[in-house]
Design a protein around this ligand. Sequence first.
Ligand code: GAP
Length: 446
Amino acid sequence: MIGNEKPRVTMDEITALAKRRGFIFQSSEIYGGLGGFFDYGPLGAILKRNVKNAWWREIVELRDDVVAFDSSIVMHPSTWIASGHVANFSDTMVDCKNCKHRFRADHLPSLAKCPDCGMKDTLTEPRAFNLMMQTSVGPMEDSASRAYLRPETAQGMFVNFKNIYQSARKRPPFGIAQIGKSFRNEITPGNFTFRMREFEQAELEYFVPNDGNDLAAYEEWVTARKKWYSDYGVREDRLRFYELTERERPHYAKAGTDVEYLFPWGWGELESIAHRGTYDLDAHMALSGKDLQYFDEASKSKYTPILIESSAGMDRTTLTMLVDAYDQETIKDADSGKETSRVVLRFHPKIAPVQVGVFPLARNKPDLVERAKGIERDLRAVARTQYDEGNVGQLYRRQDEIGTPFCIMIDFQSLDDGTVTVRERDSMRQDRVEAARLRAYLSERL
Ligand code: GAP
């Protein structure tokens, strides 16, 4: 609930749809689940992959100044000392001595009364809790074998800075991009896949020369990221780019912007874009004793480049796509005048897990079934397709609920004149199209 206004969709509706249609399930559900872990079902896996591909396409493939990277999840433990995570990556937590529930202190309106059981003066003193997940490497389990599951992908790119710029023959300004899993032992995971303990990040580390154009580079990335969300159809009035004040930024950062989406419970951060100065490379140089400065062959001089970072959560972006696409509307049958309600996910066609559904008008007519299956197979070359059969109303209802932009119906006329009906998801308009033209028709629209 935002203010007194009723949200257009509740998280319960999203969670139920996600389970019913195979987008997202609770992890290890048959054992009661595990807090902060989720699995992506057959459609969710495609949806999330499409979101990641859309990011990758824009950040890596369509540019010549960003290179790809994929670092290991477990890194040398010194990485996390240099980065400050061992000392500082913690939240303050409090426990209720009565109901035993645990809370993040900064999420509570007051520390006087437990928000769950309502008892007064039962909360412990706030204490720091490090969010890094630990593991051990090798056969001995002792403090020397202790390692961490990375809490962000970024550090892999910092420690490899020299390997990357030398092997890829890049000079600043240039960037390194990576998509991968990160782990944080969140005190209170919640809001479905918004705050998880295992999640995926897409991070861009863009290194620029120390020549006074660093803030302009930062602004360019903010603009580029605005355009990306808009290109993939996220509603502008539900998205905001919040510029951090000096007090809200770390001391070394000259600027920072949080990208936030208006979820049913309120605004939530999807991405942070930050000007990080030379902080990260400096920290690794200091602890490792290795030189990570950029050596400019032309001028035979060295300098530490300034870093602009864009760090987006892929699960949060996928959740945004689901919530933003969700719509419920009343439709009136043109002939009978009867009103029904439909749930429709208005995904951008590039994001939609299924782009084209293909059905025969009747499942017990072998000619229609065969023709429909043939068309579906043929269209796999240009779209993500799905063949289905059954009651016509239910077929459309199901495809609307999974956000399929186009549905093709093969009927008796198709057998006579080679045309099919194409129904567009949002307008529900139906076009009669020659089957032979379908590839071109869809390619223009997807
Ligand atoms: N390297 C910078 C960095 O990691 P961050 O703001 O801590 O910055 C970036 O994280 C993004 O990662 C967040 O904006 C969010 O989308 C995602 N993220 C962080 N913690 C998360 C969690 N517990 N569950 C899901 N996504 C998370």
